[in-house]
Design a protein around this ligand. Structure first.
Ligand SMILES: Cc1cc2nc3c(=O)[nH]c(=O)nc-3n(C[C@H](O)[C@H](O)[C@H](O)COP(=O)(O)OP(=O)(O)OC[C@H]3O[C@@H](n4cnc5c(N)ncnc54)[C@H](O)[C@@H]3O)c2cc1C
Length: 291
């Protein structure tokens, strides 16, 4: 039986209280959100925090709001709430595409958006979606609030810019009219982590691409993004040929590794194919087609 080491437990009553607790217990304290990643890691002794600061009571961090040209997602929002949000789906179909294929209902019902991002697994789905959407992360700490672009949030596998003593509190996504978005994933089985996945947001003027965001996960993409493929698409025609070429460029700049989910060459192939598929579907949505 896997049993975590002895740990102290504190339940935060507000964001300020959580920050005070993190300050009091120092770097050996860890935030507990849904616990779907942290608790298994504690059972395996891969994480051995001395104190857990439980933020599940912080309803002030559980919200989805579309206002003032932004979708704002509180860090304690559950995956299931994001999947169930009509506002999120209406503005960003990519988020519903991604949430439909993240884990299973048990994980989605309690796992949080903030926990997923802070876990910073290199195969995490929403990191690619938020990279595509050029989201901004809001972080609160003892010295106040700071914002970080999604593409600067992860510093290494399982590492982020969120320092001990800080909390990720919100994700902000700019709402820009006229766009379309989509997420394409290949996993070994339903509810599994991706072997590879691509998310796309695209904006068109007639048949010309005015802007594009491409996120990739599980394939060793720098900052979960395909910046070179985005550069290629900006100003190009929204054509099958260009979508395929953008996929090739995205794949060329990945650094996938062979592991139990598949060989590196297959993951590189997925990066190309899934980018092209997501571009096709996102462009269809931008044109108002039902896809
Ligand atoms: C069976 C299973 C299948 C899964 N499949 C997928 C999948 O297909 N795709 C995918 O992307 N993910 C998948 N996951 C991951 C799942 O989405 C995450 O485990 C979960 O959502 C993490 O969120 P949590 O709220 O449980 O975080 P926790 O486990 O509570 O926390 C994770 C880490 O983040 C820190 N943390 C949490 N919230 C904050 C915060 N607000 N500020 C600062 N630090 C914070 C914690 O201290 C901890 O280090 C799967 C997980 C399981 C168990």
């Amino acid at each position: 039986m896997q049993v975590p080491a002895q740990v102290e437990y504190e339940k935060a009553a507000s964001v300020e209280h959580a920050l005070a607790l993190l300050d009091r217990y120092g770097p050996a304290a860890r935030v507990l959100a849904g616990g779907h990643s942290l608790i298994p890691m504690m059972k395996l002794r891969l994480a051995q925090p001395e104190t857990l600061v439980d933020i599940n009571g912080l309803t002030e961090l559980a919200y989805l709001r579309a206002a003032d040209g932004e979708l704002r997602i509180g860090a304690l929002t559950r995956h299931a709430e994001l999947l169930g949000s009509a506002a999120a789906g209406a503005h960003f179909a990519i988020l519903h595409d991604a949430e439909r294929v993240i884990a299973d209902p048990v994980v989605r019902n309690w796992g949080t958006i903030g926990g997923s991002l802070c876990q910073a697994d290199p195969s995490e789905d929403l990191s690619a979606a938020f990279a595509a959407l050029k989201a901004t992360m809001v972080i609160r700490g003892p010295d106040g609030t700071r914002t970080v672009p999604a593409r600067e949030f992860h510093t290494a596998p399982y590492e982020t810019v969120v320092a001990p003593g800080e909390l990720l509190t919100e994700i902000r996504i700019p709402i820009r009219p006229g766009g379309g978005s989509a997420y394409e994933k290949v996993g070994r089985r339903v509810g599994d982590w991706p072997v590879g996945a691509a998310g796309v947001a695209i904006w068109l003027a007639g048949d010309t691409i005015t802007d594009a965001g491409i996120g990739l996960t599980a394939v060793g993409a720098r900052h979960f993004a395909a910046a070179e493929a985005e550069d290629f698409l900006r100003g190009a025609a929204a054509s099958e040929e260009n979508f395929a070429r953008a996929g090739e460029i995205a794949a060329e700049h990945c650094r996938p590794v062979s592991d139990q989910r598949g060989p590196a060459a297959y993951k590189r192939h997925l990066a190309a194919e899934l980018t092209a598929r997501a571009l096709r579907r996102a462009a269809g949505r931008a044109r108002g087609e039902v896809t």
